[in-house]
Write a protein that binds this ligand. Sequence first.
Ligand code: GAL
Length: 336
Amino acid sequence: MKKLIALVLAFVLALGLVACGTATTEPTEQAAGEAKTYKVGVAIYQFDDNFMTLYRNELQSYFESLNNDTVKYDVTIVDGKNDMAEQTNQINNFITQGMDVIILNLVQTSSADAVIKSIVDAGIPLVLINREPLGDNGDESYAGILDNATVCYVGADARQSGTYQGEIIAELADHGDINGDGKVSYIMIEGDPENIDAQYRTEFSVKALVDAGIEVECLDDQIGNWAQAKGQEITANDLAQYGDQIEVVFCNNDAMALGAAAAITAAGRTVGEDIYLVGVDALDECVEMVQNGQMTGTVLNDHIGQSHAAVDVAVAALNGEPMDNYYWVDYVKVTK
Ligand code: GAL
């Protein structure tokens, strides 16, 4: 009998502990002297992405640096695994868990309407990052949604990065025309085609050359989905097919440029001598390659500026301040 009572007691105690444990994670007004805890949900489109990994780590450490005796940010970061259904579930969980603010890097911008609506309806402030959702007409005035003072987009204008890539080539002594035939023959390796960054970088890199009065010839334009392995595969195939005709390799990001650089070396070509190579992001290894001539240039996609801006606006929203629709962070040209 004693044993039974002891067991029952232990069970009741355990229940009490579990209940206490749950209670402490609630974002409640804390007693005087205790820190107030805000629950922050961060949904990233895919952890397996070089640039978004830098971005995500900086988001987390910047939030940590803001913790103090009176306020704490309890940050949960989830991996959408590049699967919109998975991300929709994660967002629904964030809503059920009562997140105080959500930072969202959409898997599919075409699904933005539904996801944003469910977050707005739940009364949770939302900071969209990195993948700018466009309105139904493909315009940028994402009217109706971004008009809401609890939703905003923090990012960089991809047109600027594309323009800088084109300018890096146009500013070379031979303007990218290595073989002197009067035109720049290039291959283009694109990121995820649904992504405005990929669309604008593709369009504006070439436009910058054309605007500088340079004739261009596109030998190939393929989708590399931001991935290094695809960048390498596409470049290797194109070098085998077009050989010396290729003067410039445009990559929508640095991960793909890293792959392209490997393919260029394997084909016995030399950047800066018989071919040019540009990317975007300014990953550390690519900045080094620009310095030692293995890449012609890249464009800094400022993950520190963007993540800090996203956190600052999320914190402002938690303090009840209304949001602007857009917060822009500049790209920076990187050459030797
Ligand atoms: C871009 C970046 C890419 C990739 C992509 C994901 O801004 O340049 O490397 O991270 O975002 O949406």
